[in-house]
Write a protein that binds this ligand. Structure first.
Ligand code: SAM
Length: 245
C-alpha cells in the first residue's frame, strides 16, 4: 500500500514530518500508549538500562528528536536526578509539551530544550557523553548526515543509542503486526486526532527504514565502533548501540 509519500524530495519529506508532529503534539503521549499497546514504555526503559547513565553531575547527554521528553526524563531519573540532558527536536510544538511535562515532574533544572535539526546540530564537537534518539531517526531525511553529526558531538568514549521500529523477525507476529499497523493504527489515529493521514505516514516510514543489519552498517560507516543491536518484541523495535573510541 502506498499513501502517496513515496516520491518526495528530502525537503518535502521534512515538511511532511513537521506537519505530522505539529498536528499530533498535544495528543502524542496518549497516542503512543494506544498505538504501541503500552510497549513503548518497556522499550524505552530497556534503552535506559542499556545506557546505564552515570550518577554524576558532569554527565551530559543529548536526546535528539526528543519530542515530549520521555527519554530525557528517564535518563535523569536513572541518574538520581544528577545528569543533565539536552532535548533537541525540530518541532517547537513537541518541545513545548515536553517543557510543560518537565516542569510538572520537577525536572526542569536538569534539562535544556533546543529547537534544531538532527542533520545540523548546534553544538561543538566532543560535547556529550551520550547521544540517544528514540523513534526519531526514521523521520530524518538524511540519516547518514544525522549519524555523522552524532559522531561529531560525542566525546571520545561516548555512546550512541538508537531505538527505532525495525524488521519483525518472528513468523506469526509479523502478520499480526501488519494487520495492526496498516489498519488499526490509522483508524485509532483518526478516532483520537480526527486525521488518519499522519498515522499512515508513520506506518509507511517504518516500512521504509533499513532493517537491523543494514542500519548497523550505516552506523559503522559513520565511524562508530563495537556496533551491536538488540531486538525488542520480536524485532518490532530494535536498539542499536555504537561507541566513539
Ligand atoms: N523521542 C520521542 C519519543 O520516543 O517519544 C519522540 C519521537 S517522535 C515519534 C519523532 C520526533 O522526531 C518528533 O518529535 C519530530 O518532530 C522529530 N523530528 C523529525 N525530524 C527531525 C529532525 N530532522 N531533527 C530533529 N528532530 C526531528
Amino acid at each position: 500500500t502506498s499513501y502517496g509519500f513515496r516520491q518526495v524530495s528530502e525537503g518535502e519529506k521534512q515538511a511532511l514530518v513537521n506537519d505530522v508532529f505539529h498536528k499530533v503534539a498535544k495528543r502524542y503521549d496518549i497516542m503512543n500508549d494506544v498505538m504501541s499497546v503500552g510497549l513503548h514504555r518497556a522499550w524505552k526503559d530497556a534503552m535506559i538500562s542499556a545506557l546505564n547513565p552515570s550518577r554524576s553531575e558532569d554527565y551530559s547527554t543529548l536526546d535528539v528528536a526528543g519530542g515530549t521528553g520521555d527519554i530525557a526524563f528517564r535518563i535523569i531519573e536513572a541518574s538520581d536526578r544528577k545528569a543533565h540532558a539536552t532535548v533537541l527536536d525540530i518541532n517547537g510544538s513537541m518541545l513545548a509539551v515536553g517543557a510543560e511535562r518537565a516542569k510538572k515532574k520537577g525536572l526542569a533544572d536538569n534539562l535544556t530544550f533546543v529547537e534544531a535539526n538532527a542533520e545540523e546540530l548546534p553544538f561543538e564537537a566532543s560535547s556529550f557523553d551520550a547521544y540517544t534518539i528514540a523513534f526519531g531517526i526514521r523521520n530524518v531525511p538524511r540519516i547518514d548526515v544525522a549519524l555523522s553529526e552524532a559522531y561529531r558531538v560525542l566525546k571520545r568514549g561516548g555512546r550512541l543509542l538508537v531505538l527505532e521500529f525495525s524488521e519483525v523477525e518472528m513468523p506469526l507476529l509479523d502478520k499480526v503486526y501488519d494487520a495492526w499497523s496498516f489498519n488499526a493504527i490509522p483508524q485509532f489515529g483518526k478516532m483520537i486526532t480526527g486525521d488518519a493521514e499522519p498515522y499512515q505516514y508513520l506506518v509507511e516510514s517504518i516500512r521504509k527504514f533499513p532493517n537491523q543489519s543494514d542500519f548497523a552498517a550505516m552506523i559503522k560507516t559513520a565511524g562508530f565502533s563495537r556496533v551491536t543491536y538488540t531486538n525488542y518484541t520480536g524485532g518490532i523495535a530494535a536498539l542499536h548501540s555504537g561507541w566513539k573510541i
